[in-house]
Write a protein that binds this ligand. Structure first.
Ligand SMILES: [Fe+2]
Length: 503
């Protein structure tokens, strides 16, 4: 393995850290590396062509009082594949918050679980306000640039998808909605080159929806009026529509009036979905009501006759009881899929009748579903989701769901090994939806190392066909994406993709 150290972050984390999300599989890193000639067990498919990008909450300072894993600074990992070869890099995203705290040598913003009044810096970002925009939630590719985002809205940081150099913030030719920012989970439509997004906040109209075109112009940006502040996390789209949501889990209004941000589930309020023509206006929005739940992530949506079919993970218990556990157990019950009980679910929104019909698709608890992105917004059959161990925001296995037959294949990592959100990499030129590869990064606590695993998406249960040893055990993280080489500028211009500096 050839390793080049690219940088080291200043860290003030305690040596004897005991926080559950800064130790074990969530132990953060401080060193940035570039690595080639990686040890490979098995064989990397010659037609696996592109980069797997994974975002990570990777703190370098302790919190003011109580750290929440969504506060961690963004570190992005890239594993790139070309011509049967592989390279790896990890870099911090140079957000304004990360840079300021590196210079100060201490935390400057109160985190999600802390009182904003205590924040040393009284300006900041996020729907709540006064948060650090860590940009550590999601990552997508648009116009050949990787964009990282923050779940509570902030800037979109632009990264070179192979070197991970921070290229600044998205400006959208001066039209970026900097007053509110953009939520995690903007959606890229490969067929049109458009990026759809939403944002939300505590001031009316409480949500907006927009579209950026393939030239980075903001071509649509509209109000989506809600009854009050909400906590939407994800959106979906079809060929002609965007689907936003107003779900009955939000900051308790009476606490919010006192400046407290306490998320509560209201089981008597229906879930609502907004169906908006992709380039429509506020007047075009149609609302559909469904059974109360919270949905963190959608897998996909598509049009079928008069209906919009929307699929995602229906939570059986969006606000699990606090119980008598420790502070951390009470705080992190909202991260415990075993308690939330998300299961794959389908909603059918009928554009003629205005009614919604819904049905469960699986009895298995899973979340973080990924698909072949060529099918995003179009009919699809397969999703690839993560299963979780009770009590932890960790992934202990992968499940491939076949919506045509209702069958599932499950691959479980060995005990003590955890995976990442697993991206699907379609084989270049393939036409079958599951003709491609699944790519993930593991945190192996048994051997104290990380590997990038590559599976044949058609035969998940056979296990990985290639395991690539990474230079260091990386921290667990959240969202990932697959960026095909065909969408990365300069991808083929250099003899060795591993050492090429693109853009
Ligand atoms: Fe998410």
């Amino acid at each position: 393995m050839d390793i080049e150290v690219l940088g080291r972050a200043l860290t003030t984390l305690p040596e004897d850290d005991e926080h559950p999300y800064r130790t074990g599989p969530w132990r953060p890193q401080t060193v940035e590396r570039s690595a080639g000639n990686l040890e490979v067990i098995g064989e990397i498919p010659a037609d696996l062509d592109g980069v797997y990008l994974r975002n990570t909450e990777n703190p370098v300072h302790p919190a003011l009082e109580v750290y929440h894993p969504f506060d961690g600074d963004s570190m992005v990992h890239v594993v790139g594949f070309r011509d049967g070869k592989v390279f790896y890099r990890n870099r911090f995203v140079r957000t304004d918050g990360f840079v300021a705290e590196q210079q100060a040598g201490q935390p400057l913003w109160a985190g999600l679980a802390e009182d904003p009044e205590r924040s040393p810096r009284q300006t900041g970002w996020g729907a709540r306000g006064r948060l650090k925009d860590a940009s550590s939630t999601d990552v997508v590719l648009h116009n050949g640039v990787a964009l990282t985002s923050f779940y509570q809205c902030g800037d979109l940081y632009r990264l070179n998808p192979t070197t991970l150099e921070t290229l600044g913030k998205a400006t959208w030719n001066g039209q970026f909605p900097s007053d509110i920012g953009v939520s995690a989970h903007p959606k890229f439509d490969e067929r049109t080159g458009e990026l759809m997004f939403f944002n939300y906040g505590t001031e009316a109209p409480y949500m907006h929806y927009g579209v950026v075109d393939a030239q980075d112009n903001l071509v649509t940006y509209i109000d989506v009026p809600l009854p009050g502040p909400r906590l939407p996390h994800d959106m979906a789209f079809t060929e002609n529509y965007a689907i936003l949501n107003d779900l009955p889990l939000f900051w308790a209004p009476e606490a919010l009036a006192r400046g407290k941000y306490a998320a509560r589930f209201y089981p008597d309020i229906p879930a609502r979905f907004a169906v908006i023509p992709r380039h429509g206006t506020t007047a075009d929005i149609r609302w559909f009501e469904a059974d109360p739940t919270y949905v963190l992530h959608w897998t996909n949506a598509y049009e079928e006759g008069d209906e919009i079919v929307l699929e995602g993970f229906f939570q059986r218990d969006p606000e699990p009881p606090a119980g008598n556990g420790t502070l951390y157990q009470r705080m992190f019950r909202f991260l415990d899929n075993d308690k939330l009980g998300p299961r794959l679910h389908r909603w059918r929104l009928n554009l003629i009748t205005g009614l919604c019909k819904e049905e469960p698709l699986s009895e298995r608890t899973s979340e973080f579903g990924m698909i072949n992105q060529r099918h995003a917004g179009r009919p699809y059959r397969y999703s690839y989701a993560a299963t979780s161990p009770p009590g932890w925001f960790l992934f202990d296995g992968l499940v491939k769901h076949d919506s045509l037959t209702g069958t599932e294949e499950h691959f479980r990592f060995e005990d003590g090994v955890y995976g990442s959100e697993t991206a699907m990499a379609p084989r270049p030129g393939s036409s079958a939806e599951d003709d491609g590869y699944l790519v993930t990064i593991t945190m192996d606590m048994n051997r104290d190392l990380s590997e990038c695993l590559v599976f044949d998406a058609r035969n998940l249960t056979a296990g990985p066909i290639a395991r690539i040893r990474l230079p260091e055990r990386v921290s667990s993280g959240t969202h990932s994406t697959w960026a095909p080489g065909s969408l990365i500028p300069g991808w083929r211009e250099h003899d060795d993709a591993a050492t090429a500096v693109h853009l």
